[in-house]
Design a protein around this ligand. Structure first.
Ligand code: DX5
Ligand code: ZN
Length: 219
């Protein structure tokens, strides 16, 4: 049974004080920091780039769980690796050669994640499952925080857990989008072992980050 980890998304943080916010997340017991990178092309929103990640790197030793919502993504991988990403997660549709992009991330000694949008089937990544460290199941359409959880994606979580267990693989299953105190338990029961949350962690219980992280982990 994999340990349940919480990866708060800084998408809901105060962008004018990101360094302090990152420190608060570490003190509150976050296991890693989820950084939603959006290019305004693959998704209709624009967030942070390598200079911001580089400047945040010195504020914490926590793993940077970097979710690249960029297309085409291949030529940007180096700059996020050099900025301090520890996990680099890409969308399979965002690269012309997924094998090459996975190899590039591994050659940079970073952990490889692949992200499946709600309408993307597991088949698109099935032949790469031995090579990757993490699968990020989107439970919203990528682009914005604060959206409603899409429970139908839990079938993919269950299937990926089945495949991992029967084939003796070891990838983590991370779920991202609309995770709150009501649905975190069913996401964990389905097989997710890393929960991404932005709105629930930063906005619930008058912004009591430690309480919200503890509640998500324990539900
Ligand atoms: C969507 C983002 C969000 C974010 C979490 O592209 O990936 O899912 O991380 O946002 P909340 O927790 O506010 O739904
Ligand atoms: Zn994300």
């Amino acid at each position: 049974m994999k340990k349940i980890q919480i990866s708060p998304s800084i998408l809901s943080a105060d962008f004018s004080r990101l360094g302090e916010e990152i420190k608060k997340l570490e003190e509150a017991g976050a296991d890693m920091i989820h950084m939603d990178v959006m290019d305004g092309h693959y998704v209709p929103n624009l967030t942070i780039g390598p200079p911001v990640i580089k400047s945040l790197r010195k504020h914490t030793h926590l793993k940077f769980d970097v979710h690249l919502m960029i297309a085409p993504v291949h030529n940007f991988i180096d700059s996020y690796a050099n900025a301090g990403a520890d996990i680099i997660t890409i969308h399979p549709e965002a690269t012309e050669n997924l094998q090459d992009s996975i190899k590039k991330i591994k050659d940079l000694n970073k952990q490889v994640g692949l992200s499946l949008n709600p309408e993307t089937n597991i088949q698109i990544i099935e032949k790469f499952l031995e090579k990757i460290d993490l699968i990020l199941i989107m439970s919203v359409n990528p682009g914005f925080g604060g959206q409603k959880f899409m429970p139908e994606v839990l079938d993919k979580v269950k299937r990926l857990k089945e495949i991992r267990d029967t084939r003796g693989l070891s990838y983590d299953i991370e779920i991202d989008g609309g995770i709150n105190f009501e649905n975190s338990k069913i996401a964990i029961e389905a097989g997710a072992n890393i929960l991404v949350s932005g709105t629930t962690i930063f906005k619930s219980n008058n912004g009591d980050i430690k309480k919200n992280i503890d509640l998500l982990r324990s539900t």
